[in-house]
Write a protein that binds this ligand. Structure first.
Ligand code: 26V
Length: 799
């Protein structure tokens, strides 16, 4: 075990590795070289456990869960790996004795950003938790050459640059496994040919073959000797398939398959690419899984006893027909048996209620790219309709079938082809049942269940917030580092004024750490006595960054009207990437930056208000920002945010949540009690009421509420410079197009609750810290270890 390694042995291993890789002495090595050497030493330490877990699956015939996801967003791995191996302190000390600061090596690692937001970050938390609870659970995804774009802000605008995260040698944590490569067939024609005994076998013509090569990354459990595997697929063109791709352009198109996450799908070309990505990942993963199951020597019709496949959002939903294909075409299983097995193997998580994010494919395109899969989907759809047409209303069948109006509905495929559908927070699951997937619920009520999201506590406390962690050690001992539920003990200390004062000191130190970063990046001085009010998440209209902006405009206008106004100093911090094609979201970024320039440079405003937009929000930046927050902004329109997970990270780090009753905010409220969270605005019923009655009238609010009018007009009246175009776009969205996300209706309550919390912060810091402590204590409820335990037991039935 790695925990047995002592300092002397470690330093020898480290120096040998530096010598082997770079022929350099430690004293001459760069931080990058030292990082690579350290990572390789760690990989050597875990290799025996990693190997045992991978081989144990066949040898011990263990049931294994495979988590299929188009996104994985782990961020950096060095600290997590050291911590989980139980050698963090030893390595840190040993390196220090040799003149190396571990933090410099941490800084040298690139973020692995193969994801866009909550979906990918959740997958990364789950990988850690699966290993930590000791469950055999392997990840399956794509090894993108470029991560999500790197965001730069130029003249206030978002500019997207490629994120070339892989060094010339690749990713140090991965191991390429060429001998485990498999072939994936796309395009061409398929027809079925009768064979002996009436069996139909597919004959392929003119197909193109993609060679899928896996790269494996160890997923280390927390101090338990378990190392799971995250397998990411890359594409290659071996000599034997060269003729499939005669021109350079052909070869480039193949390379594109593992080039970027979510390629622009505004053209048919782009759509093809996305569809090929999805099939590539699903087919390569499933072929491997079935092959390894076959080695167990058990009947193919019992595969569900050893294999669970999870479809994370709809992108891997082709796993359903692909497993059918492999079982029937490659292993001769008959349709009815293959179907029984497939349903038992597959399960699906829905991560959004937004209809534009529920994937649909043009059936003709689907048929062109994956003709055999198209046939199988057609047959699944035909049998589904035949079975249910006589049992339920025609419109129920119409709303739930897979192929409709020339489109293939991927969520429908995942639901029909699996045994479990889950939402990611209580309200979200209710909405799936009552609204979004209502017709499915009438057919398959037994498939529906809730699994509220969680976060991996180690990264979001011990790693992100060492100062708070040390304080917690002093207060309740170190047991919480292993068992997060021990955080509950902190509730006994909420009236200890000395503890509250210490908590305040820790928060201030974390704010200073962030202020130093802002100074370095933006040259701006942030006053750490101010409230740090933070909103970090993907930029989307439903998340309502714009509501936050409107509040800032109001404060600015109030101060300009009366410079004597008593106002608790406030720093508003934003971090957000906008999808490259999402025009509105990009306009909001521009407006935030122009508002920041206006406010920050106004001498009259001084330190009372500061606004910063920190570019390139990613996991590492989250680890810096979240511990520094006093206020966590979770202000989506009720009913729209499936769960949210940064809300959980903020509470774990002692921020107070300012929230609508949406997603997991509701469960946070249940955990901390109404007095320790600030709730505002319409609830889901109020929102749905407007939908039903069609009675929302943004123009009337604008006309009748002078304060709102003043704020909204600031977008177009020159108050904020340089936003002529964007300002009108926003004004129109709010007034002319009737404010789809109800900002105007929620504005007054939001402003009121903001003012109340500011007063509390200014007048009664002790009560504030008391609430913060209650939040930290109760964040134990949101550990992804517990969430994944429920997936393991209730969905995958693995040990
Ligand atoms: C993605 C996109 C991308 C392009 C612009 C439109 C759009 C709209 C929605 C989405 C959602 C993708 C799925 C997703 O990331 N959902 C998030 O999943 C988290 C983990 O369950 C959850 O905490 C978040 O609430 C949910 O938004």
């Amino acid at each position: 075990m790695a925990t047995d390694i002592n300092k002397a042995q470690f330093i020898k291993d480290f120096k040998d590795q530096l010598y082997e890789d770079f022929m350099v002495k430690n004293s001459d090595a760069t931080a990058e070289e030292q990082f690579v050497a350290l990572a390789k030493v760690i990989k050597n330490y875990v290799r025996p456990d990693w190997f045992r877990q991978k081989n144990g699956i066949v040898a011990d015939k263990k049931k294994t869960a495979y988590y299929f996801s188009i996104e994985f967003l782990p961020g950096k791995m060095l600290q997590t790996n050291l911590l989980n191996l139980g050698i963090y302190r030893m390595v840190e000390a040993a390196l220090a004795e040799n003149g190396v600061a571990l933090n410099d090596l941490v800084a040298a690692e690139r973020d692995m950003a193969l994801g866009n937001g909550g979906l990918g970050r959740l997958a990364a938390c789950f990988m850690d938790s699966l290993a930590t609870i000791g469950a055999p659970g392997f990840g399956n995804g794509i090894r993108y050459k470029y991560g999500l774009f790197k965001q730069k802000i130029v003249n206030g605008y978002q500019v997207e640059l490629p994120d070339a995260w892989l060094s010339s040698e690749g990713n140090v944590w991965e191991t390429k496994k060429p001998h485990s490569a498999v072939d994936v067939k796309i395009y061409g024609n398929v027809y079925l040919e009768p064979h002996d005994g009436g069996v139909l076998k597919p004959v392929y013509e003119n197909v193109k073959t993609l060679h899928a090569v896996p790269y494996d990354m160890p997923q280390i459990g927390f101090q338990n000797g378990v190392v799971n595997n995250l397998r990411l697929w890359d594409v290659e063109i071996p000599e034997k398939y060269e003729l499939d791709y005669p021109t350079l352009a052909d070869r480039r198109r193949v390379e594109d398959i593992t080039s970027v996450l979510y390629p622009d799908d505004s053209s048919r070309e782009g759509q093809s690419l996305r569809l090929i990505q999805e099939y590539f990942m699903v087919s390569a993963g499933l072929q491997t899984i079935v092959k390894s199951y076959a080695k167990m020597g058990l009947p193919m019709t019992a595969i569900q006893e050893k294999v669970a496949v999870h479809i994370n959002d709809t992108h891997p939903a082709m796993a359903v027909p692909e497993l059918m294909r492999i079982l029937m075409d490659d292993y001769g299983v008959k349709w009815s048996d293959a179907w029984t097995s497939t349903i038992a193997v597959m399960s699906y998580t829905n991560h959004t209620v937004l209809s534009e994010a529920l994937e649909k494919w043009d059936a003709a395109l689907f048929k062109e790219i994956v003709p055999r899969i198209h046939q199988i989907v057609g047959e699944i759809d035909r049998q589904f309709v035949a079975k249910w047409a006589s049992k339920v209303d025609a419109c129920v069948v119409d709303n739930t079938r897979i192929i409709r109006n020339g489109q293939i509905h991927m969520a429908n495929l995942a639901i029909i082809g699996g045994h479990s559908v889950n939402g990611v927070a209580k309200l979200h699951t209710e909405l799936l049942i009552e609204d979004v997937l209502k017709d499915f619920y009438t057919i398959f009520p037994e498939k529906f269940n809730n699994k509220t999201n969680g976060i991996v506590p180690r990264r979001w406390s011990q790693i992100a917030n060492p100062k708070l962690s040390n304080l917690i050690d002093d207060l309740i001992g170190k047991g919480w580092r292993r068992d997060i539920h021990e955080l509950k003990k902190l509730e006994n200390l909420t009236s200890d004024t000395a503890v509250l004062a210490q908590l305040d000191l820790v928060k201030t130190a974390n704010k200073q750490r962030l202020a130093d970063y802002a100074k370095k990046m933006l040259g701006i001085e942030l006053p750490v006595n101010a409230i740090f009010d933070v909103q970090v998440k993907r930029l989307h209209a439903y998340k309502r960054q714009l509501l936050n902006v409107m509040h800032i405009i109001k404060l600015y206008q109030d101060l300009k009207a009366n410079s004597e106004l008593e106002l608790t100093p406030r720093v508003f911090i934003f971090g957000a990437k906008a999808a490259p094609g999402y025009h509105f979201a990009k306009s909001v970024i521009k407006i935030i930056n122009e508002l920041a320039a206006l406010v920050n440079n106004d001498a009259e405003i001084g330190d009372k208000l500061k606004v910063v937009f920190l570019e390139n929000y990613n996991v590492s930046l989250a680890e810096l920002i979240i511990p520094a927050a006093d206020v966590s902004e979770q202000i989506s329109t009720a009913g729209k945010e499936a769960s949210g997970t940064s809300n959980m990270k903020f509470m774990m780090n002692g921020a107070l949540t300012l929230a609508t009753l949406d997603g997991a905010n509701i469960e946070i409220k249940d955990a901390v009690g109404e007095d320790n969270i600030i709730i505002f605005g319409m609830d889901k019923n109020a929102v749905y009421d407007h939908y039903q009655k069609h009675d929302y009238n943004a123009r009337a609010i604008y006309d009748n509420n002078p304060e709102i009018k003043r704020v909204v007009d600031a977008f177009v009246d020159g108050t904020i410079p340089n936003i002529h175009y964007e300002g009108h776009e926003i004004w129109d969205a709010l007034v002319s197009y009737n404010d789809e996300y109800f900002l105007l209706e929620d504005f007054d309550d939001y402003v009121k609750k903001q003012a109340e919390l500011a007063t509390l912060y200014a007048n009664d810091k002790q009560t504030w810290q008391q609430k913060a402590l209650i939040n930290i204590a109760n964040s134990e409820r949101f550990s992804s270890d517990d969430t994944i335990e429920l997936y393991a037991k209730e969905i995958w039935e693995i040990n």
